[in-house]
Design a binder for this molecule. Structure first.
Ligand code: ATP
Length: 354
């Protein structure tokens, strides 16, 4: 039986509170039997790491992560870092780039007992994570933005066939285990070369999956379709910035920002990361909603199960997800959802449901 080594990066703001809650719940689920084993590796990242190691993402943390099968990534408040650290790539961008975590998988669905603007939604946005319109991470060296004069700024977007191919495969494989529909999001009517390459490559890859129904939408039209009929979509595949924007929209349509999970997956490692930020306004109060990170951990456990053909670790993920959903259905809620449970009390309620 394999022991998975999983990093824990608390990060900033509410990070320590939600990572604690997540580690407690997963540890309790592992303790329920089934044989899956995890060794947790706490590693510094964020403000605390700047103070202790002189970098938000210390070299030692990266080195240790290379020895891990995956990790829980807390949020970071990069805007609050001293100016010399703000110039660097932010910690999660750095890890996505360094470990080539090319697929950012962001589900959006309704949760039992949680009010939402859209009903019946169960979709996943598969966002290309390494290039596109994110110039801090789409270059080998340097950033793809420059100012020839104080009044002119140029930002370079990068689209490659290889990146479009692998994200399209990830989307199609995911769709095969779901409702077998992939919608390609782009703006190829304006960015005819870059987004045209993205759309056409996704279409070509999708032909290798004849059971998957494929369509494509301009990103602006997709924003309107999501508001009007999100329930009809299954898997959306999008370049970096479009995927980022649409997943916030989809997350908000289906509930609270505190609920939305995500996984950043590469070929051999994956990083669980809640979709929300470090919420400095409520940090340290013990009121943060841990569900986003908890469900991200579920995605990580399932990813490990699939990658290593290990049903035991997959069942731990299934058990945690069921317990979270039962807890919400039972009316236990944190403050962002109108309840009064604190972070630790919510985690205990989930543990009681395992
Ligand atoms: P970033 O730029 O890092 O995404 P942000 O300031 O844009 O950060 P968040 O940090 O996600 O956004 O916070 C947005 C709002 O949502 C804040 O009012 C915050 O308190 C709330 N919020 C975010 N995450 C949670 C959570 N897990 N539980 C409760 N409230 C949350």
């Amino acid at each position: 039986m394999r022991t998975y080594r999983l990093g824990v990066l608390d990060g900033d703001g509410i990070g320590p509170e939600i990572t604690r809650a997540t580690v407690d719940v997963v540890t309790a689920a592992l303790g329920r039997g089934g044989g899956a084993r995890v060794a947790w590796a706490p590693l510094p990242m964020g403000c605390q790491a700047i103070r202790q190691h002189g970098a938000a993402m210390p070299e030692g943390t990266r080195r240790e992560l290379a020895r891990c099968d995956g990790w829980l990534m807390g949020p970071h408040d990069s805007a609050s870092y001293p100016p010399e650290h703000r110039r660097e790539r932010n910690p999660s961008g750095e890890l996505r780039h360094h470990f080539d975590l090319f697929a950012n998988v962001r589900p959006a669905r309704n949760y039992p007992g949680v009010d939402s603007l859209a009903r019946g939604v169960d979709l996943v946005i598969v966002r290309e994570n390494t290039e596109g319109f994110y110039p801090d991470r789409n270059m080998h060296a340097g950033a793809g933005e420059f100012m020839p004069t104080p009044d002119v700024a140029l930002s370079v977007a990068v689209f490659t066939r290889r990146a479009a191919e692998r994200i399209a495969h990830a989307a199609c494989r995911l769709a095969m285990g779901r409702r077998r529909r992939v919608s390609i999001v782009h703006k190829a009517n304006v960015l005819t070369l870059g987004m045209g390459l993205f759309r056409d490559t996704c279409r070509a890859v999708a032909r290798e999956y004849p059971e998957v129904r494929v369509d494509d939408y301009h990103v602006d039209a997709m924003a309107a379709h999501l508001v009007r009929r999100a329930a009809e979509f299954d898997v959306l595949v999008a370049e970096n910035m479009h995927g980022d924007i649409l997943s916030d929209l989809a997350g908000e349509l289906t509930g609270s920002l505190g609920l939305a999970p995500s996984l950043n997956a590469g070929e051999d490692r994956a990083m669980a990361q809640a979709a929300h930020g470090s919420a400095p306004d409520i940090a340290g109060q013990g009121v943060a909603n841990p569900v986003g990170l908890l469900l991200s951990a579920v995605m990580l456990l399932r990813w490990l199960g699939e990658r290593h053909g290990d049903s035991a670790i997959q069942s731990v993920g299934d058990g945690v997800e069921e317990a979270v959903l039962r807890t919400l259905a039972a009316g236990v809620r944190t403050r962002d959802l109108g309840g009064d449970a604190g972070t630790a009390a919510f985690a205990q309620a989930v543990i009681a449901q395992l």
